[in-house]
Design a protein around this ligand. Structure first.
Ligand code: ADP
Ligand code: MG
Length: 230
């Protein structure tokens, strides 16, 4: 019996581009089981980021379905969909996407403000998360005062703010040197292995993909092959 936490059915996505239609996704179906760590790989422009954005409800497909925790996103209102994302999904991006005017701890608290937690709850949970990612001594730093690896740690702490079941990460080590990338991968892999967080990660780095349970290879907007790791 499978118990997917996330699935897509026959997703397609087109972008209009200078009068031409770009087919970013051409019928992508995938299943992600609870607790899995899946890597998505493929050449630049093959549709990886588009797939991750649509799978995470950040973008709507041209056609096809996304089902998260047995709920079809297309059947939900915008506010229901936002609530589902907030409750189930944490996002991590290559360029961190931190709010530059907020300190590390304020960035981590931000999703908790949206979720309606009290100030005391926010503060203690954000501190705990920053400790977990090894930044207990940097809570009051602004993003500009942090290294790339430290910014990504803040972003991961922020992604964990609402205790998501899934983390979607788009090239999380793409801007980092290899030693720092390995540390970030240790952190993400640990969340999957020790905390049971489902991890779906787009990556260019073979050494990052090698840590996944399974790799999905894309080409020209389609899934090319499914590789089960032995
Ligand atoms: N906002 C956009 N407008 C037009 N074309 C886009 C847009 N975003 C992505 N594309 C195109 O869609 C295709 C897939 O892009 P993307 O999902 O970013 O690929 P990847 O993440 O694998 O590099 C590419 O041809 C890209 O140029
Ligand atoms: Mg991309």
């Amino acid at each position: 019996m499978t118990n997917p936490i996330l699935s897509t059915k026959d997703l397609s996505k087109t972008y209009p581009m200078n009068g031409v239609t770009v087919h970013a996704l051409r019928g992508v179906s995938m299943l992600v089981e609870r607790g899995e760590f899946v890597a998505i790989v493929g050449p630049s422009g093959c549709g990886k980021s588009t797939l991750l954005s649509i799978a995470g409800g950040l973008m709507t497909p041209s056609s096809g379905q996304v089902i998260i925790d047995n709920q079809d996103l297309s059947q939900l209102s915008e506010s229901e969909s936002a609530r589902l994302r907030q409750k189930h999904i944490g996002y991590v991006f290559q360029s961190y996407n931190l709010l530059v005017d907020l300190t590390a701890i304020e960035n981590v608290e931000f999703p908790m403000v949206l979720a309606g937690l009290s100030e005391d709850e926010r503060l203690s949970w954000a501190l705990e998360l920053l400790e977990r990612v090894g930044l207990a001594d940097k809570v009051d730093y602004l993003p500009d005062e942090l290294s790339g690896g430290q910014k990504q740690r803040v972003a991961i702490a922020r992604a964990l703010a609402n205790r998501p079941e899934i983390i979607l990460a788009d090239e999380p080590t793409g801007n980092l040197d290899s030693a720092t990338a390995a540390e970030i991968m240790d952190l993400l892999t640990g969340l999957n292995r020790n905390d049971g967080v489902t991890l779906v990660m787009v990556t260019h780095a073979p050494e990052d993909a090698a840590r996944a349970h399974r790799t999905i290879s894309m080409r020209d907007g389609q899934i090319e092959q499914l590789t089960e790791k032995i």
